[in-house]
Ligand binder design. Structure first.
Ligand SMILES: [Fe+2]
Ligand SMILES: [Fe+2]
Length: 322
């Protein structure tokens, strides 16, 4: 597989697991394309044309020729200059890594992070919260995240990759869509009755089991294990980053009893508690690893060797599928 083929596969799989559905994603791209056509030539000049076909502004080839063939990849949750130097060092020792794949965004993907948060509007509306309410809440949050990411040193890691000559890409929301879809399916299959059952359902997944060995397994942030789980949703796993803290009140009103998330800030936890929501935090690195693993299994099937690092827990599901 080439770098370009890996990138295309990631987008395709991300769309296949997208909470908006394939048609929903097509609609978003269509709207973006017509908005682009209406732009003046001056405003078209610096437009990110890739966003007209890739619905995930937080996932890109950041450096490297897409036609390069890949035999070995180093995959990390965060790849910064330190990790790229490590890849370079390993290559000096003869490792032969052709590509570094990060999960979290760097470079233009980091600047594009607020754009993918739009996904949460359809995701949350899908659970029965009126779409106008979600749009109102998310609109403010997206603006906040735009302000938060704007002062960062976006080019730092990409510059390091360029100087070291290491092809570099990151896959964020497509992988988060995969873990979201995977957990929603698990919920539908196992139908956890009590909160304890939700935790047990997660603990059976190898990445979470692995994380538990390091005291970072699935944890109940609010509610009680003996509580009835009610309607369980994997609402806080995809769509860029944490959404509005005020959504919990609305989810509860829409009939949700338990939310599974990757991580939660203190102000989110406070709100969840206030509205009697059971908030199960599956784990950050472990959840990101599940999403990346579902994608990487497809690379492994093509004979690509995977070197995990930077917090990534590699579990292959290829054998267990057979
Ligand atoms: Fe993630
Ligand atoms: Fe993450």
């Amino acid at each position: 597989m080439t770098i370009g083929e890996i990138y295309e596969l990631a987008i395709k799989m991300g769309v296949g697991a997208d909470p908006r559905g394939e048609d929903g994603v097509k609609k978003v791209l269509k709207r973006l394309n017509s908005e682009y056509e209406e732009r003046s030539p001056a405003k078209k000049k610096n437009f990110d044309l890739e966003s007209l076909r890739n619905p995930y502004a937080d996932s890109r080839i950041l450096f490297g020729d897409p036609t390069i063939a890949v035999d070995k990849v180093a995959v990390g949750i965060d790849i910064e200059p330190a990790e790229l130097l490590l890849v370079d060092r390993l290559n000096q020792k003869g490792e032969g890594i052709d590509l570094a794949i990060a999960h979290h965004p760097e470079g233009i993907s980091l600047a594009g992070l607020p754009e993918v948060m739009e996904l949460q509007i359809d995701l949350l509306a899908g659970y029965g919260v009126p779409v106008n309410v979600v749009e109102g809440l998310m609109g403010d949050k997206i603006t906040e995240i735009k302000r938060r990411v704007s002062p960062g040193n976006h080019a730092r890691a990409v510059d390091a990759a360029r100087l070291l000559g290491i092809p570099f890409m990151n896959i964020h929301t497509p992988a988060d869509n995969l873990v979201f879809h995977y957990l929603e399916e698990r919920i539908a299959q196992t139908r956890p009755e009590y909160v304890k059952d939700v935790l047990e359902m997660l603990e059976e997944i190898p990445e979470y089991n692995e994380a538990a060995k390091f005291k970072l397994g699935p944890t109940l942030f609010t509610g009680a294990e003996k509580n009835r789980a009610g309607k369980v949703v994997a609402a806080s796993l995809t769509g860029g980053t944490e959404g509005s803290k005020n959504i919990y009140e609305r989810l509860v009103a829409a009939g949700v009893g338990t939310v599974i998330g990757m991580h939660a800030s203190e102000e989110h936890v406070k709100k969840a508690k206030e509205h009697h929501l059971n908030l199960v935090i599956a784990g950050h690195m472990s959840s990101d690893s599940v999403g990346m693993n579902l994608l990487l299994d497809e690379l492994e099937k093509q004979g690509i060797q995977i070197i995990p690092f930077s917090g990534f827990i590699r579990i292959s599901r290829i054998k267990s599928e057979k």
